[in-house]
Write a protein that binds this ligand. Sequence first.
Ligand code: MN
Length: 413
Amino acid sequence: MTISSWIAGADGSGFGLENLPLGIFATDDAPRSGVAIGPSVVDLSMLIRERLIDDETLLDARSLNAFLAHGPGAWRSLRATLQRLFGETATGDERDAVMRALVPRDAVTMHMPIDVQDYVDFFSGIEHAINLGKILRPGSEPLQPNYKYLPVGYHGRASSIVVSDTPIRRPHGQRKAPDAPAPTLGPSQMLDIELEMAFVTGPGNKMGESIAADNVRDHVYGYVLLNDWSARDIQAWEYVPLGPFLAKSFATSISPWLVSLDALEPYRVANRVLDPEPLPHLRVRENYAYDISLEILLQTQNMREQDIAPAVISTTNFREMYWNVAQQFAHMTSNGSRVRAGDLFGTGTISGHEPGTYGSLIELSWRGANPIPLPSGETRTFLENGDTIALHGWAGTGPTRIDFGEVRGTIIA
Ligand code: MN
C-alpha cells in the first residue's frame, strides 16, 4: 500500500515514506544526523530540539552508533515518528518545523554514517565463488569443501572504510607473475571492484555468548552498498595460506544512506534451497533472501571528457546469495566472539548466473580474456587511473520503490 507524504518530491522518488534511510551530512558546518526524504535531507537535531523526536542519541551526533546501540525498540519508534511527521496526518505546526529542518540533498556533503568498529567480509555469493575457483584453480573443483557448510569470511580493516565519493589511490604492493622467479614491488596492475552489500549492527553480545540466527532482527539495523576494491595481483601472491590482507585493506567504499531491514521487509523472498541442509546453528525458521536490484556503472576519464554517460557493465540481484544475513550473523557469533554497535559485515561479491551479471571485473572480463566494451570505443579488463565506478541498488518498482542511492569512487595514481 502506498503511503503519501506532504513533502514535495517524496512520493515515488525511491526516498519516500517507506524508505527513510539515515545518514550523517554536513552543509558548511559540523556533520550531523539526517534522514533522506525525496530530494531533501531533514536535520534530525532540529526536530529533537523542537521536541518532535525524543531520541537524544541522534542530537548533534557525528555517527549513528549510539542510536544503533539503542536497539530495535528505538529504531521502530523513530521510523513511526518520521512516517507520521512526513505523512498526510502531520499538523500545521509539525509541518512548519519540518520545513525549517529541510536541506536540499544536492547541497550537502555526506560523511561516514557509522564509526566502524570491526569489519568482516563474507564470500556468500556462490556464483562468484564458483567463477573465481574456475579462473584461479582451473581443472579442479571450483568450490572449496567448506563452502556449503559455513559462510566463509575474513576480518578486514575498519579504518580503511570510506564513504562514497572518496578518491581511491591505486595501491602499491608485491606482485609475482606465475612464471617469474621472485616478486616485484609496484602499483597494482589488476585493480578490481567487488559489488557487495553490507549489514550494520546494533546491540551486540557479551563475549562468550552466541546469537541465534532467528534473533538477527534484534541486532541488525540494515544495509548499505559496498565496493570492496581489490588488487588481484597483490591478492594472488599474498593470500596463501591466511587469506586477503593488503590486497583489500587499502580502501573499501560504502554508500552514505543506511536503509533499515524494516524498509526492506516487503522485499523478503524465499532463498534458494540449501543442499546439504546446514548444521543446527545455521538453520533458520524462514529461509529468506532480499530482492534488491543492483548494477555496476563505469565511466572512464575519456568518457567524462566527451560527456558520455557512465555505462552499465553489469546488472544482478542480491537474492542470488547462498547464505543470508541471519546465517552470516549467527555464524560470526557462534564461537562467542563479540559484535558491537556499528560493526560492518560485507556480504561477498554478488554475481548472477551468466556474463553481464557478474559482480567483479575479473569475472566480467574472465581475467582479461574478454575485454569489456565501452560506448567510447575503449575497453577495460581492470581499472585504469581516472576510471569512476558507481554501484546502484534499489528494491521494487513504482511509487513504493526503495532506493539505496549509490557508492562511487574514482581511481587516482
Ligand atoms: Mn569482498
